[in-house]
Design a protein around this ligand. Structure first.
Ligand code: GAL
Length: 425
């Protein structure tokens, strides 16, 4: 047993059940030796997200029959509810055995708060430094240590559209749009045809849309500058981007606050709306409807985002004080394995982080994502924890939510500038 596991096990024995205390895991056994329950905390509670988790659990059950998966999922897209529940559990020393955390700034939060263990020695023992792309390892690393195991790579800046609705509005479904202005002209046509031009859901999906507009209008460099202080949130470039965001927002459905992302994509699938901007976890629902009802869809990078991959990765951690650290280790092994990544990502719409996974059977959208990830410029998603710490994202989300209620662009920019001043390091 290495030091991190000893530390976690002692903490667990001091506070919690006997499950983990009796285990003696000598030197990186592949299944953990004590057995027990492994509570896996995610927000993958429904639909394609749950299908992805289920596929991963199936591999876990095969690889580690002595461990029992316990589903600790809390529903709500992008962890909108799960993150609060997790924060209070961590605060009261009641961690699950593992939880989902985004690579990048969000992970750094948990590291800085001393809530997760260093997994560097496990990376060495398991050879993981050789199977994950270096750029991804860099985003998981803090002060030379690695704290989580990535399950996937998602793209957040994708437009999904209903082919039939586009045709009915006189639009060419094969068209893509170079700029926001080009897209507005298309959105006008959909509006004239009596459909919702752009479907959207609750606050976090609005943040997701906003980040893609910032990428479009500021470019990759300007967008990156928002997070390192070199782009001025109060400046005229951001102001112009926010005008575009406001215009896009005017094309959206009014019941947005009562919807989560699957409802907004469903509006497109059902033919009530033409376009939706969402991460590529949406692809499973579109593929399913295509298979079952032969409903055709198109997917392309958000206008102005071509050549830029708005990146995020889910990863799993070993919380300090996890009740069953051997079980956590077993889970992390399955998450990292080529087999686990193939099963999980095929269902989830993401692409494997493990470069040894076989993606030959993945669908056409995922093949484009694999190609784009290899050649595009990579930027970090805001809505999905890669770009900014949780506190900053929370303040941005409040400003965006206020805008949703009052549609006041100046107030939105003030709110965003204040959030940057308060949170930027
Ligand atoms: C993201 C997460 C994805 C997907 C999405 C919608 O934050 O990384 O895996 O679950 O939320 O819930």
């Amino acid at each position: 047993m290495n030091t991190l596991r000893i530390g976690a096990a002692i903490a667990a024995c001091a506070m919690l059940t006997l499950t983990a205390c009796g285990s003696d895991d000598e030197g990186g056994s592949s299944s953990g030796s004590g057995g027990g329950e492994v509570e896996v905390f995610t927000w993958w509670a429904e639909g394609s997200e749950k299908a992805g988790l289920d596929a991963l659990v199936k591999v876990f059950d095969e690889q580690h029959p002595d461990q029992k998966f316990v589903n600790g999922a809390v529903a709500g897209g992008a962890g909108s509810d799960a993150k609060n529940v997790l924060a209070s559990r961590l605060q009261t020393n009641d961690p699950p055995d593992t939880f989902q955390a985004h690579a990048g700034a969000e992970l750094t939060d948990y590291i800085n708060n001393g809530q997760i263990e260093d997994l560097s020695s496990m990376y060495e023992d398991e050879g993981w430094n050789d199977v994950f792309p270096q750029a991804l390892l860099d985003r998981l690393t803090s002060d030379g240590k690695i704290y989580s195991v990535p399950s996937n790579i998602h793209r957040a800046n994708v437009v999904w559209a209903n082919t039939q609705v586009l045709e009915d509005a006189g639009l060419d479904p094969k068209a893509t749009y170079d700029s926001m202005d080009d897209w507005f002209a298309a959105l006008d046509k959909v509006e004239a045809a009596g459909k919702i031009p752009l479907s959207i859901a609750t606050d976090w999906t609005q943040v997701n849309l906003l980040e893609t507009v910032l990428i479009a209008d500021l470019g990759a460099e300007g967008y990156n500058g928002l997070w390192d202080g070199s782009t001025d949130w109060a400046g005229s470039e951001v102001g112009d981007a926010l005008d575009d965001y406001a215009k896009l927002f005017s094309y959206t459905n009014k019941d947005r606050q009562s919807l989560d992302w699957p409802d907004a994509t469903q509006l497109v699938i059902d033919g009530d709306a033409a376009f939706n901007v969402m991460g590529d976890w949406a692809v499973a629902a579109f593929d399913e409807q295509k298979k079952v009802l032969d409903k055709d869809y198109v997917a392309f990078p958000v206008p102005g985002n071509d050549g830029i991959f708005d990146f995020l990765a889910d990863s799993f951690v070993l919380p300090v004080g996890a009740p069953n650290p051997d079980g956590t280790e077993a889970w992390l092994q399955t998450v990292a394995s080529a087999e686990g990544q193939e099963a999980f990502n095929a269902a989830k719409g993401s692409i494997p982080a493990n470069t040894e996974a076989d993606t030959s059977s993945f669908g056409p959208y995922q093949q484009t994502a694999i190609e784009d990830y290899a050649q595009d410029e990579i930027v970090s998603s805001l809505a999905h924890g890669a770009a900014a710490p949780i506190a900053w994202l929370t303040d941005i989300t409040s400003a965006v939510a206020k805008f949703g209620a009052n549609q006041d662009v100046d107030e939105l920019q003030d709110g965003l500038a204040e959030a940057a001043e308060k949170n930027a390091q």
